[in-house]
Design a protein around this ligand. Structure first.
Ligand SMILES: Cc1cc2nc3c(=O)[nH]c(=O)nc-3n(C[C@H](O)[C@H](O)[C@H](O)COP(=O)(O)O)c2cc1C
Length: 336
C-alpha cells in the first residue's frame, strides 16, 4: 500500500486523519484509544474563556458567588466548577505524555489578553501545536465586520509572536470574503487552517415555547463547503489546510486531498461509527491510491484544486449558473 504520510502545520503525520476537538478528546483513555485506532494526530478539547473566567471568579469566591455573572456561568458550565484552566493545563500535559502521535491543544478565548496568556500556557505543556478556535456570532449591530477581522488579526499576530510552536486557526466561513481573511492570517505566519468551525444553532420548542439548544451532528453533505475552500486555497497560502465537517468515509478524505487539503479532522463519524472508522477510512484511502498507483499523497494532492483543475469554471460563478440553469442531475453524492 502507498504511504499515507502527510504534513500538517509543518509536522509530519503518519496519515491525514486527525481526531478533532470534542468530548472524545477530553480524557486520556479516549486519547489513547484514538492513537491505538490509528489516527494521525489528535486535537484536544478546547480550553474556553468561560473556564478561565470561572476559575478567576472562584479565586474571589466569597466576593462573587452571589454575582449575576458567576451564577450564569455556573449554571451554563456546572462541570467547570471542577475543571478550571489550571486543571485543564495539567491534563493537557498528561495527555501529551500519554501518546506518541502529535497532540494539538485548542483554545477558545474572547479577550485578547486571555488569548495570548493562555496560548503561552498551553504551549508550555509541551504540545506539538495550538489550534485557535475562533468563534464569533454577531450580536452587536454597531460592530462592523472589518473591526472583528482586525481584532482577530491582531490576536493571531500577538499569539504568533508569543509562541514558537506551530499554530492553526479554526475559523468560520461567515466572512464576506473568507479568502481575504485567510490570506491575511497566512501572512502573519499561521501554519494551518481548519475549514471550518461548526456553530451549533439554537432551536425553538413550540410545545413549551422555549429556546432549545439541541446538539446536532454534521451530515456528509456538509463537507462540500470545506471541499470548495480547500480547492480555492491550494497553492495560494503557505499554511497547510485541514478540511473538517461532514468527513465520514475514506472517499471523503480522498476528495479533500484531491482538492488540496493536507489533512482532515473527524468528530461526528467517530461518535456514530466508533474509532474503528479510522482503520476503515485509512484502508479505503490506501486502496484507492493503489488502484491508481499513487505511492504518496503528494502525488495527487491538489490535483483538482482551482489552480490545477482542468475545468477552469469548477470553483467559479459559472459553476453556479451552470448548475441552476443547465439540465439537472439529482444525486446525493458522487461517491459515498
Ligand atoms: C461533542 C462535541 C464537542 C465539541 N467540542 C469542541 C471543542 O471543544 N472545540 C472545538 O474547536 N470544536 C469542538 N467541536 C466541533 C468539532 O471539533 C468539529 O469541528 C465539528 O464536530 C465538525 O466536525 P464533524 O463533522 O466531523 O463532526 C465539538 C463537537 C462535538 C460533536
Amino acid at each position: 500500500m502507498g504511504s499515507l504520510q502527510t504534513r500538517y502545520m509543518g509536522i509530519t503525520l503518519a496519515n491525514p486523519i486527525i481526531a478533532g476537538a470534542s468530548d472524545l478528546t477530553s480524557n486520556i483513555d479516549s486519547i489513547k484509544r484514538i492513537e491505538e485506532a490509528g489516527a494521525g494526530a489528535v486535537v484536544l478539547k478546547s480550553l474556553f474563556e468561560e473556564q478561565i473566567q470561572l476559575e478567576r471568579f472562584k479565586l474571589e469566591e466569597e466576593l462573587n458567588t452571589g454575582s449575576e455573572l458567576y451564577g450564569e456561568m455556573a449554571s451554563i458550565f456546572p462541570k467547570l466548577q471542577h475543571a478550571g484552566a489550571k486543571e485543564h493545563l495539567m491534563w493537557v500535559k498528561k495527555s501529551r505524555a500519554a501518546v506518541k502521535i502529535p497532540v494539538f491543544a485548542s483554545l477558545n478565548a474572547v479577550a485578547r489578553a486571555t488569548w495570548v496568556e493562555y496560548a503561552r500556557q498551553l504551549a508550555d505543556q509541551g504540545v506539538d501545536g495550538l489550534e485557535l478556535n475562533f468563534f464569533a456570532t454577531p450580536r452587536d449591530f454597531d460592530l462592523g465586520g472589518a473591526a472583528i477581522e482586525e481584532e482577530q488579526l491582531e490576536t493571531v499576530r500577538e499569539v504568533r509572536t508569543a509562541l514558537k510552536i506551530p499554530i492553526a486557526v479554526k475559523l468560520s466561513v461567515f466572512y464576506a470574503n473568507p479568502l481575504n481573511v485567510i490570506g491575511r492570517f497566512d501572512r502573519e505566519g499561521v501554519n494551518g487552517f481548519v475549514l471550518f468551525n461548526r456553530f451549533f444553532q439554537p432551536d425553538i420548542n413550540t410545545e413549551t415555547e422555549s429556546i432549545a439548544q439541541p446538539f446536532n451532528f454534521s451530515i456528509q453533505a456538509d463537507n462540500r463547503l470545506p471541499l470548495r475552500f480547500a480547492g480555492l486555497l491550494y497553492g495560494k497560502v503557505k499554511a497547510d489546510v485541514c478540511a473538517s465537517t461532514g468527513i465520514v468515509s475514506g472517499m471523503d478524505v480522498v476528495k479533500m486531498l484531491l482538492a488540496g487539503a493536507s489533512a482532515v479532522q473527524v468528530v461526528t463519524a467517530f461518535y456514530r461509527n466508533g474509532m474503528k472508522s479510522i482503520a476503515t477510512m485509512k484502508d479505503e484511502v490506501g486502496r484507492w491510491m493503489d488502484g491508481r498507483s499513487y505511492a504518496t499523497i503528494d502525488a495527487f494532492r491538489g490535483k483538482l484544486s482551482a489552480v490545477k483543475a482542468k475545468d477552469p469554471w469548477a470553483y467559479t460563478r459559472a459553476q453556479y449558473a451552470k448548475m441552476l440553469l443547465g439540465p439537472k442531475e439529482f444525486t446525493e453524492s458522487v461517491t459515498t
